[in-house]
Design a protein around this ligand. Structure first.
Ligand code: RP5
Length: 177
C-alpha cells in the first residue's frame, strides 16, 4: 500500500495505526480508481504538533480533500478542519466500549463555521466515494468512474429484485444462507 505520494490529491489521516484495518477500504477504492492519495498516522492527542503540521500544509502540498479517521474522543477530523480550508470527511471508528457512538458524535457535532462531513461508523469506503464525488466536480475522469460505479450498483439491485421475483423469498433466502 502506498503511503506518501507527491502527486497525492487526497490525504487519508488515521488517529492510530489500529484504524488501518478499517481504513484500508478507502485506500483500496482510491487505488482501484487511480486517484492519487497519501496515507499517514497523526493523532490529535498523542502527536498534536504532527496533526497541526499535516493539516496546515495540506493545501500547499497539493491535497484537495482530507479523509480523517478516529475513534473514541475523535477530535482528529475537527482539528484538521480547523486548520485547512479543504473539505474534510470524518470517519468515526467503532470502539470497544461505546460501539463507535462516541466517535460518531465527536466527529459530527462540530461547531458552526468548521464543518466536517461525517460518514457512518467504519464507513471508510463511503468516505472515499464521497471524496470522489467532490473531486468529480472538476475531474471528468473521476466523475465518469462514479457514473460507472452507480450504474453497476443499479444493475446489481435490479438483478437481485428480478431473481427474488422469480424464485420467491423462501428459495431466495435458502440460497443466501
Ligand atoms: C484514536 O484512538 C484512534 O483513532 C483510534 O481509533 C483510537 C485507539 O487508538 P489506539 O489506542 O488503538 O492506538 O485516537
Amino acid at each position: 500500500m502506498r503511503t506518501v505520494r507527491s502527486t497525492a490529491i487526497v490525504g487519508i489521516v488515521l488517529g492510530s495505526d489500529s484504524d488501518l484495518p478499517i481504513m484500508k477500504s478507502a485506500a483500496e477504492l482510491l487505488d482501484e480508481w487511480n486517484v492519487p492519495y497519501e496515507l499517514t498516522v497523526a493523532s490529535a492527542h498523542r502527536t498534536p504538533h504532527r496533526a497541526i503540521q499535516y493539516a496546515a500544509t495540506a493545501k500547499q502540498r497539493g491535497l484537495q480533500i482530507l479523509i480523517a479517521a478516529a475513534g473514541g474522543a475523535a477530535h482528529l477530523p475537527g482539528v484538521m478542519a480547523a486548520l485547512t480550508p479543504l473539505p474534510v470527511i470524518g470517519v468515526p471508528i467503532k470502539t470497544s466500549k461505546l460501539d463507535g457512538l462516541d466517535s460518531l458524535l465527536s466527529i459530527a457535532q462540530m461547531p458552526d463555521g468548521i464543518p466536517v462531513a461525517t460518514v457512518a461508523i467504519n464507513s471508510a469506503k463511503n468516505a472515499a466515494l464521497l471524496a470522489c464525488r467532490i473531486l468529480g466536480i472538476f475531474q471528468p475522469r473521476i466523475a465518469s468512474k462514479m457514473e460507472k460505479y452507480r450504474a453497476h450498483l443499479k444493475k446489481s439491485v435490479e438483478s437481485k429484485a428480478k431473481r427474488l421475483d422469480l424464485e420467491g423469498y423462501k428459495k431466495y433466502l435458502k440460497r443466501l444462507s
